[in-house]
Design a protein. Structure first.
Length: 643
């Protein structure tokens, strides 16, 4: 009995992967792809289902499509430290109030801390309490009562500082959004609104639960709550899909889909809600899947991305067609015929493996070894040349003015997180890593940046940045993009986007470590937060000269990790005092960047420090057990509150 060849093992693994991931697919595949020696892409439009039978038929065909490998989910104008004047009035009102650190000014994102300038609303995800009442008072003193999670939102009177106190608490947990006197609590599949006009006595005003749906993300903008939800569906699902406990449902004829069946196992819905009363104002639905998805919201549109893979057998057939000396004519013809079969992609993979296996059975051990080596050698170059044909990201655009799906597009690769996407001057810019999920073909990863017009058609691109690496962070500021890739060193790229049809790299800086979050501190200074040699690394990049970016200063913090590396909400900048805050495992850290030099202005040694806000010239360090208030003029402790 001879050994199983590496080619057969590879094909068998592919089959297993595909069968195991068969329902993981793309959220709206916007094009059909013909893979041939002159591979090309045909853009198609999206349209609504016309009937229940069409809905079921489409899902049946879509279920046969191949899934994507899945992406790595992490996480306009120049964004400086966001502040707000809430106009509260009265002698006890603050004049300078920080907001949650968000990607786009004016579009709020959910987080565990919110403030209106007078109160702090804090939902601690790690808080524990002892349920002593659950145990008999007669238990021996050496019996340890286990802690249990405490689901509680604390409402703290924060300003004036002399009146710092806990005013009330809501027996619920989750992320928060604040709109005027309405506090929205987002707890997995449940949304609850509270009237907090009297912070000592918050009142529940409405509550909804998602039905058979998952909340992907949410935003608050222009006084409206926007939700993105996902419902799992199959070909036998009912045509009217329940969405929310308030009776909101999705009719199949309301759902958008591509005109050509594509991998789909979910329905995504964007919903616009009046936060004060909870009434649904608008909604739009479209076919999708559980594959990795990134949501970016601009002042004009919502963009939903998704990953998918092209038919792998077509790529294998094209490979053998391009290498006519590898297979005898008989087996070459069997492969070509396989490409015409109207069967699922998974079934094609099984048939492909059988054809290669049948051919190998005719070979001696020596010839089989030679065949495998030739395939492996030639596959490397082929795979690299086709790296952008394997892994794709589709994009759906929802216009906020009419809350309707208006266009769709596609780019190679997959974005890292929401900061990899940006809308500016009517165009969409998106940075992707190509090849990081190409487990079908042994290609090295590359990094691209694409510019798409209002119809999501590609009009310009920069390709092949840092081959063999992947994007670790991205930031778009006006007509410039800043990208960090990483494998062994940290290339920091400056990309000029002023000519959308001809973007170009103007500068590159290579330094040790990597930055996983980029934040513009001023017009020409970008902060990078990442790691170097198992320590948190802070870098100041001077980008005044786009052709020659420099690292003007760096600081290695004696912490292994900071939440800012994968959650930008944990970061706070106060440009008035030229400082920023980051939490660490052992406490909170306030750094000065005055004169473009990094120095540690203040450290607060408390385990569980999570956020900071500022009100006037006071910075509030919020931890799981205490709130510490610092005077920003001298960094002295003004007040503390035990939680």
């Amino acid at each position: 009995m001879h050994n199983i060849s590496s080619v057969r093992i590879f094909a068998f693994i592919v089959v297993l992967l595909m069968l195991g991931l068969g329902v993981i697919a793309a959220v709206i595949l916007p094009g059909s792809f013909v893979l041939s020696p002159t591979s090309h892409e045909t853009k198609i439009e999206i349209e609504k289902f016309k009937s229940e039978s069409e809905f079921h038929s489409y899902l049946q065909q879509a279920s046969q499509k191949v899934a994507a490998g899945g992406g790595i989910a992490r996480n306009t104008t120049l964004e400086l430290a966001p502040t707000a004047d809430f106009g509260i009035g009265g002698e006890d009102s603050s004049s300078r109030v920080s907001e949650t650190n968000v990607q786009v000014r004016g579009i709020d994102e959910p987080d565990i801390v919110k403030t209106n300038g007078n109160q702090i609303f804090y939902s601690n995800p790690e808080q524990f309490r002892i349920l002593e009442e659950a145990f008999s008072p007669d238990l021996p003193s050496d019996v340890i009562v286990p802690p249990v999670p405490s689901r509680e939102i604390k409402i703290i009177n924060a300003f004036p500082v002399d009146n710092l106190e806990l005013q009330s608490a809501v027996n619920q947990g989750g992320e928060l959004l604040l709109n005027g006197n309405t506090l929205i609590v987002i707890d997995y599949q449940k949304l609850t609104a509270f009237d907090v006009s009297d912070p000592t006595n918050p009142q529940k005003t409405w509550e909804y639960e998602l039905q058979d749906a998952y909340l992907e993300t949410s935003r608050m903008m222009n006084g409206e709550l926007i939700l993105i939800t996902r419902n799992y569906v199959a070909s036998d699902s009912p045509c009217v899909i329940p969405l929310m406990s308030n009776g909101i449902k999705i009719a199949c004829t309301e759902i958008y889909r591509p005109s050509i069946p594509t991998p789909s196992d979910s329905i995504y819905t964007a919903i616009k809600i009046n936060p004060e009363f909870g009434d649904v104002k608008s909604k739009v639905s479209f076919t999708g899947s559980t594959s990795s998805s990134v949501v970016y919201v601009s002042p004009n549109s919502i963009y939903v991305t998704y990953s998918y893979s092209n038919d792998p057998v077509s790529l294998f057939i094209e490979f053998y067609n391009s290498q006519s000396d590898l297979l005898p004519t008989e087996y070459q013809e069997r492969l070509s015929k396989l490409g015409t079969y109207e069967i699922s992609d998974q079934a094609k993979l099984v048939e492909y493996q059988q054809i290669i296996s049948d051919y190998e059975a005719t070979l001696s051990s020596d010839d089989r070894l030679k065949f495998e080596q030739e395939v492996n050698d030639k596959m490397k170059d082929y795979a690299q040349s086709k790296v952008r044909d394997v892994e794709k990201t589709g994009i759906v655009k929802i216009a906020l003015n009419n809350f309707d799906a208006t266009s769709n597009g596609t780019v190679p690769g997959s974005p890292l997180n929401q900061f990899s996407i940006d809308e500016y001057a009517g165009n969409l810019r998106i940075a992707t890593t190509v090849g990081q999920n190409s487990w079908l073909f042994p290609a090295e990863s590359v990094n691209d940046l694409y510019i798409l017009n209002d119809n999501l058609e590609t009009i310009g691109s920069v390709q092949n940045l840092a081959q063999g690496e992947r994007i670790y962070s991205a930031r778009f500021i006006n007509d410039v993009a800043y990208l960090v890739t990483f494998k062994q060193i940290d290339p920091f790229f400056v990309v000029d986007l002023s000519s959308p049809s001809n973007p170009k790299v103007t500068g590159e800086l290579k330094i040790p470590g990597f930055s996983s979050y980029l934040h513009p501190l001023s017009e020409n200074i970008i902060l990078g937060v990442g790691q170097e040699e198992n320590q948190v690394k802070l870098s100041l990049f001077d980008v005044a000269d786009p052709a020659n970016p420099t690292e003007t200063d760096k600081y290695l913090l004696d912490e292994y990790w900071t939440e800012v590396q994968n959650n930008h909400h944990a970061f706070l900048q106060d440009d008035k005092h030229s400082v920023f805050f980051i939490p660490g495992g052992r406490g909170g850290y306030i750094f000065s960047y005055a004169d473009n030099k990094l120095s540690l202005a203040k450290a607060v040694s408390e385990t569980g420090t999570q956020r900071a806000i500022f009100i006037d010239d006071y910075m509030y360090i919020i931890g799981s057990e205490n709130i510490t208030v610092l005077d920003e003029t001298d960094w002295g402790t003004v007040s503390t509150l035990s939680l």
